[in-house]
Design a protein around this ligand. Structure first.
Ligand SMILES: Cc1cc2nc3c(=O)[nH]c(=O)nc-3n(C[C@H](O)[C@H](O)[C@H](O)COP(=O)(O)OP(=O)(O)OC[C@H]3O[C@@H](n4cnc5c(N)ncnc54)[C@H](O)[C@@H]3O)c2cc1C
Length: 323
């Protein structure tokens, strides 16, 4: 690892002042479980001059519910969110998604802010500099996406454009189904971004001087059925091959509303609007369920090695919709 200056920020203002001072040459860290790996492997040509520790800022790790919904501080540890009675009661899909993240060690160190902002796991992008030299690619600003002609078994099957890396965050998928928003702050001011708009083709849309401070989830309908399921190759410590989060509002056998979000199939949480349209307004019978799964993947454009993801996604959707 190359040397860098390290600062323990006491406040959001201090962290923002440091980001301004270093003008794009500083990175923030929370649990460090992702950033330290990125720095150790030197996967990026631009190395930060300074790393600003956010975990020394107090007050950004609370988990609360009020009339407006649920508020989760960006520095809340994943383990604390998964254990929170407020989250278990109101957002079981989020609890399930966090329980599927990595290992207990990672959930004890990792924060929700860091999880949502973590860098992609594309193996071309992550190729370590020390093993023959880092790989340039579209995401790094130079060259093609190597997944297009290379080994793309874990890459996007939906909406790929120039970079086919997928969003690696499991909680992001549940939060998208829960219609969460994230609150951010930068020297120029604050903004609130729907989670659905938080990711672009190249990852989170945060500016270099912008911090994520809070996640807000609107109070879910009392009778909403929330689910999350993740297909992975190993049952322990593995990223999703495909995941699905669903929030269904069903009354007297009729699906009044549905949100269906797929993970690890696109660069962002993929909201399967076509599937939602199939199930909304009618009974969740087998015929609708099958139609919904087909509709969700209708626009899929798998590459040479990842068509299997389409079938897994359809299977997970069918399972999630069977109440
Ligand atoms: C072996 C392994 C297995 C894993 N498995 C999974 C998995 O199955 N599912 C899954 O979802 N994740 C998985 N992860 C990722 C893990 O969940 C993340 O590393 C962790 O959540 C990141 O949180 P952190 O607080 O440690 O972030 P850090 O490493 O501190 O930061 C990560 C990134 O976010 C930025 N950042 C952090 N906080 C903020 C903030 N408040 N505002 C703006 N930017 C910020 C940092 O600059 C950095 O770019 C795995 C990681 C490993 C190493």
């Amino acid at each position: 690892m190359k040397p860098f200056k390290h600062f323990n920020a006491d406040s959001v203002d201090e962290a923002l002042a440091l980001l301004t001072e270093y003008d794009g040459k500083a990175r923030v860290t929370a649990g460090g479980t992702d950033l330290l790996g990125v720095l150790k492997s030197e996967i990026l040509a631009d190395y930060p001059e300074a790393v600003i520790n956010l975990k020394t800022i107090s007050g950004l790790d609370s988990i609360q519910a009020d009339a407006a919904g649920i508020h989760i501080g960006a520095l809340s540890r994943l383990a604390d969110i998964a254990d929170s009675p407020v989250i278990k009661k109101n957002c079981p899909a989020l609890t399930l998604s966090i329980a599927s993240v990595g290992s207990p060690e990672l959930r004890n160190m990792g924060t929700i802010g860091g999880n949502l902002c973590q860098d992609t796991r594309c193996w071309y992008y992550r190729y370590p500099d020390k093993m023959g030299g880092r790989v340039s690619c579209y995401r790094k600003g130079k060259g093609p996406c190597h997944a297009i002609r290379g080994d793309n078994r874990y890459h996007a099957v939906l909406g790929g454009r120039k970079c086919y890396a997928v969003c690696p965050s499991d909680p992001a998928i549940a939060l998208a189904a829960l219609e969460a928003e994230v609150k951010t702050v930068r020297p120029a001011g604050e903004r609130t971004i729907p989670l659905a708009d938080f990711y672009g083709t190249l990852g989170p849309v945060l500016e270099p001087d912008e911090l994520l401070t809070e996640i807000r989830i609107p109070a879910p309908a009392a009778n909403a059925v929330q689910r999350f399921s993740k297909f992975r190759l190993r049952e322990s410590v593995d990223f999703a091959v495909v995941s699905v989060a669903t929030v269904l509002d069903v009354a007297e056998g009729v699906c009044r509303d549905a949100r269906i979000v797929l993970g690890a199939v696109a660069s962002m949480p993929y909201r399967a609007v076509a599937a939602e349209d199939v199930v909304r307004g009618g009974p969740l019978d087998e015929s609708r369920i099958v139609q919904a799964a087909e509709a969700a993947l209708r626009d899929a454009k798998p590459m040479s090695g990842n068509a299997y993801k389409v079938e897994i996604a359809k299977t997970l959707i069918r399972r999630m919709l069977r109440l």
